[in-house]
Design a protein around this ligand. Structure first.
Ligand SMILES: [Mg+2]
Length: 296
C-alpha cells in the first residue's frame, strides 16, 4: 500500500507504492521490470496534461498507453489543466496528437472558472471576458456579456495578456469595470507558462497587474486552488481521499492534490526534477516518483 514518502537516497533502490515499483535513479537495464500501478484502490485517476501527457504538440512516453488503459478498464478519470481553453478545444488538440479523449473527461481551469462565476454571481451574471474564446464558449448562454465601461458588471474574467480578448482597449475597459466594483476572476494563478517563443506572462501575473491597478483582490480558479480539486471531485462523485493525481508540477499538482487529501504521483517529464523532490520535507513529497508514465 501507500508509504507516505519517497526513498530519498539515490542509488539503485527500489520502492513499492500502490503496486508500482519506483526507482530513484534511471531504470537499470534488465535488473527489474516495473509492474503496472494498481488503480483499483482508487475511485478516480486524475491526470495532468501539460508536461505529463504532452509537451507542446507531442505526446509524452507512456501517456497514450495510460489513457487507453484507463478507458479500456472503464475507470473514472479526468485530464486536468490550467489551460485557458475549453474542454472541447483541448479534446481537439489531443485528437491532433492522435489521442481520443472526450471533452467530458477534460477538466481545465476554464471549467472551474465557469462554475465559480455562475455560483458566485449567478443567475445570469454580467460578465466581461478579458480572456479566451474557450471562456466565451463556456459562459455563452449563461451570462449577460458586458462590453462597455458604462454597463454594470459583476465579474471580469481574466486569463493571460496574450489572450485574444485581452486587447489593450479591453484591458482599459476591464480596469474601469473593476474600479467600479466588478470582481476579478483569474482562470489560474500561474506566474508564467512556456511557449515556443520562450516564457510568457501567465494568468496570475496579468491578474496581479489588474488587481493592483484596480485595488481588487483576484480570485483564482485553477490548480492548485482547493476549489479546483473539490469541484472536480464533486462532479465525478468521488471523495478527494479516494483519488490519485498524476502530474509534473510539485506546486500545482502535488501540493494542490495533497492539500485535499489525494495520493500523488510525480512524473519527471515536465517542470520538476528529482533534486527538487529531494529538497522537500518528507510531508511535501509525492507518494510516488516516476521517470515517465511508462513506469505506471
Ligand atoms: Mg503540468
Amino acid at each position: 500500500m501507500w508509504d507516505a514518502g519517497y526513498p530519498g537516497k539515490a542509488s539503485r533502490r527500489q520502492w513499492r507504492g500502490a503496486g508500482a515499483v519506483v526507482w530513484t535513479t534511471p531504470l537499470p537495464a534488465l535488473h527489474f521490470r516495473p509492474v503496472p500501478m494498481d488503480f483499483s484502490q482508487f475511485d478516480a485517476v486524475l491526470l495532468d496534461l501539460d508536461g505529463t501527457v504532452y509537451h507542446e504538440d507531442h505526446v509524452l512516453e507512456g501517456a497514450a498507453e495510460l489513457v487507453a488503459r484507463l478507458q479500456r478498464e472503464s475507470r473514472p478519470f479526468a485530464c486536468l489543466s490550467n489551460s485557458t481553453n475549453s474542454p472541447r478545444q483541448i479534446s481537439q488538440r489531443l485528437g491532433r496528437m492522435g489521442m481520443n479523449v472526450s471533452p467530458e473527461h477534460i477538466y481545465p481551469a476554464t471549467e472551474a472558472a465557469t462554475t465559480y462565476v455562475l455560483e458566485q454571481y449567478g443567475p445570469r451574471p454580467r460578465v466581461f471576458n478579458l480572456a479566451t474564446t474557450g471562456m466565451q464558449e463556456l459562459l455563452e448562454g449563461h451570462v449577460e456579456w458586458v462590453e462597455r465601461v458604462e454597463q454594470r458588471c459583476d465579474a471580469v474574467v481574466a486569463g493571460c495578456p496574450s489572450n485574444v480578448y485581452a486587447t489593450e482597449e479591453r484591458q482599459r475597459t476591464a480596469l474601469v469595470l473593476l474600479r467600479n466594483g466588478a470582481g476579478l476572476v483569474g482562470i489560474c494563478a500561474d506566474r508564467v507558462f512556456p511557449s515556443p517563443r520562450g516564457l510568457e506572462f501567465g494568468c496570475g501575473a496579468f491578474c496581479e497587474l489588474l488587481g493592483y491597478a484596480a485595488n481588487v483582490e483576484p480570485v483564482y480558479c485553477g490548480k492548485p486552488e482547493e476549489k479546483f480539486f473539490l469541484e472536480l471531485c464533486r462532479k465525478l462523485g468521488v471523495e478527494p481521499g479516494r483519488c490519485v493525481l498524476i502530474g509534473d508540477n510539485l506546486e500545482s499538482d502535488v501540493a494542490g492534490g495533497k492539500r485535499v487529501g489525494m495520493k500523488t504521483v510525480l512524473t519527471l517529464t515536465g517542470v520538476a526534477r528529482r533534486e527538487d523532490v529531494e529538497k522537500l520535507p518528507e510531508a511535501k513529497r509525492p507518494d510516488v516518483v516516476v521517470g515517465d508514465l511508462r513506469e505506471l
